[in-house]
Design a protein around this ligand. Structure first.
Ligand SMILES: [Zn+2]
Length: 110
């Protein structure tokens, strides 16, 4: 019984967004999920340095819908705005919805 991957994309135009209050998106992710979030969740990366909270969407058509934007741990290289193509993450990855700070597995918002 294995899990499969889920296709996500970097959200566009979110570079300037900051979480309410102080801190970074990765701090927000860690506090909501109560996890270390120390590994990039890109299945082809799994980098352990420069981890940040990436703004992601499931489909580029949804980029305008900020309600569907969520946070997951990516390394700086994977979180770069020039990375416009599909990135696969494990479907059991916990993600945090940006608007509500609701924590959900990515497969459950597909
Ligand atoms: Zn990465």
């Amino acid at each position: 019984m294995g899990s499969s991957n889920c296709k996500v994309y970097n959200a566009t135009g979110t570079t300037g967004y900051k979480p309410k209050g102080s801190g970074s998106w990765i701090k927000k992710y860690r506090s909501v999920t109560e996890s270390d979030a120390s590994v990039c969740v890109n299945v082809e990366c799994r980098n352990k340095i420069n981890i940040c909270g990436a703004h992601l969407v499931l489909d580029p058509e949804d980029c305008d819908n900020y309600n569907r934007t969520f946070i997951a741990p990516f390394c700086k290289a994977c979180n770069h705005y020039s990375k416009t193509g599909v990135i696969e993450i494990d479907e059991d990855t916990w993600v945090v919805m940006v608007n509500s700070y609701y924590m959900v597995k990515v497969k459950n918002i597909m």
